[in-house]
Structure formats: structure tokens, C-alpha cells
Design a protein around this ligand. Structure first.
Ligand SMILES: Cc1cc2nc3c(=O)[nH]c(=O)nc-3n(C[C@H](O)[C@H](O)[C@H](O)COP(=O)(O)OP(=O)(O)OC[C@H]3O[C@@H](n4cnc5c(N)ncnc54)[C@H](O)[C@@H]3O)c2cc1C
Length: 395
């Protein structure tokens, strides 16, 4: 009953859901637009008991501990390199921090015994029938599935096809973020150095595994910009325009952007969808409730995948009920995690020099830092996880 499930998106939510559905006896197929598993992105973090419980139930903790970054302290410096603010490793890194690309690979490998993957393809049409959902693909293939899940991120294709245009669901929060890798020409050993100009953050951090490499992380304030999200050259021009004329290490970092082949560039936005499912189609992860950065989207995606699979397994004959139970368990939790992302742009790249000074003064106080860390853990743990038995053993 309703065992044949199509999942769109193979990053975090998609493979995590494929794993759990497979363990519950479903037959998931994951379709990913990119020709191979996507690398890139900075570190993503897990914080609080619930995130760690889900990772533990998946059997992932030993592997993730092995590849964790150990957290990334942030040093904010002025143009001459003098430290203005030091944020400890756990501030950005939470309880367990891994590179996004590493996490996606571990989840993919973990789900492989249970799922079929199709890379380089995308859904072009969804039509609900009396028994399932008829799906057409860009490759020309066509098939019927019992259920379709959109795990295809903030700019979800499934959401667009089944719920409506992106502008109805995604709100731009006034900032853009970019990451890319470059040679470690500063000889950084751990953490990152960050430099602010009004409305801009330029930073570069050590690569915890490869001493010869480093990662750039830039954030800038801008209204919604017209550009083709699938054209990295356009994104590079926007970044260069936003940062040209700045001092510190910015000119050298911009030089390293030109040859970069792993650029991640996106608006800092949030997705708000009134109802996460319609008929036999449901959303999970950033597609349902994403926040580009700072909204704990990775941890929420892992929790959401676990809950959705549990609810479907509880009653595979009634997917509508399962979708509604999934959403009612998760919605408030996801919203309060997501809310942190609303402030991320302003926090990383305050729009005025005074705003940056205020941030630096406030966050130099250990008591405030500790309070913020505790709040983060409280928010990410404020959910009761379902305990539906998992029939298939982990291979
Ligand atoms: C390359 C990349 C780099 C990232 N870097 C960071 C970072 O540095 N810091 C951070 O906090 N978060 C980053 N994120 C976002 C982070 O992964 C998510 O916020 C979070 O983990 C939730 O994951 P998700 O699986 O819901 O969505 P996402 O991680 O956004 O994954 C969505 C997946 O769907 C795929 N997809 C998109 N359109 C289609 C389509 N039409 N058909 C099939 N598949 C499609 C995408 O290629 C992607 O693999 C990054 C995401 C990506 C894809």
C-alpha cells in the first residue's frame, strides 16, 4: 500500500527520507537535478538532544563524529587585521558540525541499500490519478508513483508544480550568501577570519581536512536581484560588484572566485507554505520551511524526514492522514527553528558601522553567548519524536 515513493532532491532531506522509508519497507526512488551528488557548501551543524537522537537512530553518529570539523571559531577583524570579536567554535558549530557535502555523501551512501537514485533528471509534470500520481520527467520518461515528496530545497520544483509559483512561498530577507573553495594562501589552521564593511561580510576559513585548502564565505545586503540561479558566472559578477573597492583580503579572495567551480550562491530567504501537503504530494526540509542560513535547516530536515517516514509507516493506507499528522507534529517546531534565520544576514553583515560595533560589544560578553547557545539547544529539542518501530534492520 502506497509503497512506491518518488522523492525529488538528493541533498539532506531527500536521502534521509529515503533511508527511513526504506527501513519501513517502502520503495523510494530519488530524482536529483544535478548530474551527480552535489558537493560544496560550508559547514552545517546539529545542536541539542533531538538532532543527535535522530542521527543516533540512523546509526550515523560514529561516522559523523569521525568526519566532523570540530566547530569553527570566528575572528572578526578590522582592515588592519586587529581582532574585534572572537566567537568560539560552538557558536556557529553547535554540538556537531560537518561539511554539507560530506553530510550529503554519508546520507546518500547510508540510503543506497534502500533507494534507487536517478541523477541528472527532474520532474516536469505531476497529475494525480485515482490510484497515485502520474509523473513526467525531463528525460522523457514517465511513471506512476503512490506518493511524491518534494525534498528539493528552498527553490523546490515539486512545490512549484503542485502548490504554485515560488513567489507565493519564498520571502527574500534582504541578503545573499556565497561560498567557494580556494587555496589556503593565509595558512589558516582552524576557524575563520571575518571582515565587515556596512552590509557586507567577507570571510575565509580553514579546511579542517586539507591544510592546503580554505573556504570563502561572503554575505551582502541587496534587494531581490534578477539573475539566473543556474548561471554561476552571473552570480560571480554580482559578488564582485557587491565587494569591489573593499580592502583587507577582499581583492585576493575575489581573484579566487573567478576560477571557482564549486560556487554556492543563494539569497537568504525563508519558505513559508500554508499546508505542506496536497493530495498525494508532500514537502519536507527547506522546500516546506527552509531558511537559507542560521535557521537550523539541516537539523530540521533530518528530524522532518524521520517524522514523515514514521507517520507514513504507522498507516500506509492513509497517506493524507499521515501527512497531516506529520505537519501537525512538526510545524511549530520547524517555525521556531526557522525564525533564527530571519536575523542571520543582519547579524553577519550589519548595515551600518554602528550596528557592527554594537554586535561586537554585545557578543563579547560570555554570559550573552552562553544564553544564545542554550536557547538554540532548547528550541531544537522542543519536539517529541515518534517511536514507531522500524521493521527492517540496518544492513
Ligand atoms: C550545494 C549546496 C550548498 C549548500 N551550502 C550551505 C551552507 O553553506 N550553509 C548552510 O547552512 N546551508 C547550505 N545549503 C543548504 C542546506 O543543505 C539546507 O538548508 C538543509 O540541509 C536542508 O536540506 P534540503 O535537503 O531540504 O535542501 P537542499 O540542501 O537545498 O537540497 C535540495 C536538493 O534538491 C535538488 N534539486 C533542486 N531542484 C531540483 C529539481 N528540479 N529536481 C530534482 N532535484 C532538484 C538540489 O540540487 C539539491 O540537491 C546548501 C545546499 C546546497 C544544495
Amino acid at each position: 500500500m502506497n509503497r512506491k515513493v518518488l522523492i525529488s532532491g538528493a541533498s539532506v532531506a531527500g536521502p534521509a527520507l529515503a533511508y527511513w522509508l526504506g527501513r519501513h519497507g517502502f520503495k523510494p526512488t530519488v530524482v536529483e537535478l544535478a548530474p551527480a551528488l552535489r558537493e560544496g557548501g560550508q559547514a552545517v551543524d546539529f545542536r541539542g538532544e533531538t538532532h543527535l537522537t535522530v542521527l543516533e537512530r540512523m546509526g550515523l553518529l560514529p561516522e559523523l563524529h569521525r568526519i566532523q570539523t570540530g566547530g569553527s571559531p570566528m575572528h572578526f577583524v578590522d582592515e588592519g587585521g586587529r581582532t574585534l570579536l572572537h566567537l568560539p567554535a560552538e557558536f556557529a558549530g553547535g554540538g556537531l558540525e560537518v561539511l554539507r557535502g560530506d553530510l550529503a555523501r554519508v546520507l546518500y551512501e547510508h540510503s543506497l541499500p534502500y533507494a534507487e537514485y536517478v541523477f541528472g533528471d527532474s520532474i516536469t509534470h505531476l497529475a494525480e490519478t485515482s490510484s497515485g500520481v502520474r509523473v513526467d520527467f525531463r528525460s522523457g520518461a514517465s511513471d506512476e508513483f503512490d506518493l511524491v515528496i518534494g525534498a528539493d530545497g528552498l527553490h523546490s520544483n515539486v512545490r512549484r508544480l503542485a502548490f504554485g509559483p515560488e513567489k507565493d512561498y519564498v520571502k527574500h530577507l534582504g541578503y545573499y550568501a556565497a561560498t567557494w573553495r580556494l587555496p589556503n594562501y593565509l595558512g589558516l589552521v582552524k576557524g575563520s577570519v571575518c571582515h565587515n564593511a556596512p552590509g557586507r561580510l567577507a570571510s575565509v576559513g580553514a579546511d579542517h581536512r586539507d591544510a592546503a585548502r580554505a573556504g570563502a564565505f561572503f554575505v551582502f545586503a541587496a534587494p531581490e536581484l534578477p539573475y539566473d540561479r543556474h548561471n554561476p558566472e552571473q552570480a560571480k559578477r554580482l559578488i564582485v560588484d557587491a565587494f569591489s573597492g573593499l580592502g583587507w583580503e577582499v581583492p585576493r579572495l575575489l581573484d579566487s572566485l573567478h576560477p571557482a567551480s564549486d560556487l554556492y550562491f543563494d539569497s537568504i530567504s525563508r519558505a513559508d507554505v500554508d499546508a505542506w501537503s496536497t493530495g498525494r504530494v508532500c514537502l519536507v526540509g527547506d522546500a516546506a520551511c527552509g531558511a537559507t542560513i542560521g535557521g537550523m535547516g539541516t537539523g530540521t530536515a533530518m528530524v522532518a524526514a524521520y517524522v514523515l517516514a514514521s507517520e507514513l509507516a504507522r498507516d500506509p493506507g492513509a497517506p493524507r492522514t499521515a501527512f497531516i499528522r506529520y505537519e501537525s507534529r512538526l510545524r511549530d517546531y520547524a517555525k521556531s527553528c526557522q525564525a533564527g534565520g530571519d536575523r542571520t544576514g543582519r547579524f553577519l553583515a550589519p548595515k551600518t558601522a554602528m550596528g557592527a560595533r554594537l554586535r561586537n560589544t554585545l557578543l563579547s560578553r560570555p554570559s550573552l553567548l552562553n544564553w544564545m547557545l542554550k536557547q538554540g539547544e532548547k528550541i531544537t529539542s522542543a519536539i517529541d519524536l515518534p517511536d514507531h518501530p522500524v521493521p527492517r534492520p540496518h544492513p
